[in-house]
Design a protein around this ligand. Sequence first.
Ligand code: ZN
Ligand code: ZN
Length: 337
Amino acid sequence: MRVMQLAEAAPVSTHPLRHVDAPDPTPASGELLLRVTACAVCRTDLQICEGDLAMRRRPIVPGHQIIGRVAAVGPDVHDWREGDRAGVAWLSGACGRCARCGRGRENLCEEAEFTGWDRDGGYATLATVRADFALGVPEVFEDVEAAPLLCGGVIGYRALKVSGAAPGQTLGLYGFGASALLTLQVARFWGCRVFVCARSAADRSRALALGAEWAGGYDDAPPEPLDAAVTFAPAGSVVVAALRATARGGTVAINAIHLDEIPAFAYEHLWWERSLRSVANFTRRDAREFLDLAARIPIRPSVDVYGLEEANVALERLKAGQIAGAAVLRIDSPGAR
Ligand SMILES: [Zn+2]
Ligand SMILES: [Zn+2]
């Protein structure tokens, strides 16, 4: 198989991913072998490649928004067949035995493993995945459209749930990349009034075109206090800006796996039962609920397509803020449908 492999973290400008031929993997018991057709590029991939998130295995193949076709089924797999379309997301496994797994919070399992961080991901022509963590993908989406739903979409959906946003309420979205773009569509479908704070004028006009009621910069106050907010920008100062704009009893959900330092702020911004919550990963239930919702809306992801060998370029452009929507690697695997 062909893979884009990371041996050591380094700035993406140095193109740390190397295009190599690797032996084809075989699915172990309970696993599927997928012929990958698309893999979306996430900010987390960038953070792994550059070392903001410490590597957990060397070398590693990044990529955790994978669409593929089942090429082989390992022993003890009964509910998947060769040729089925499957999606693979960030959570690649959890213990299934701990108290958190038992209470439906597998996203917090201490033994949880992650695609493209603990096990090889989708910047490859083939990938093996745990069959019980593979997801069905709604028919309405083509492969390159479906891929970015699997992280940005699902985690944005979880963040919306954590924020407590409800129909008719005001919701602030801070930062407007691939995940926020999908989250806005869900929030509008739910009947929330959405205000977007984003850095670039292009992002702000895209937000307005998708139904935001107002769009401004990070330091601009939205026209009304926010009942709920979700921050997407990996900057601590943005969290404080969101909290300042939040109404009594409102929640700010931080949708970031890595954030720089949150500046000190006056207690009055948290007082009156405002809440500040982080959003960590997501559960398979979140993923299934979101994919079902995405098909019903239907969500329209906007994608910027690259070849597998162009993964370094896609990451560089993501870092530079040059991607409108989501970057997706289209992977031509021999024998794929
Ligand atoms: Zn991701
Ligand atoms: Zn567990």
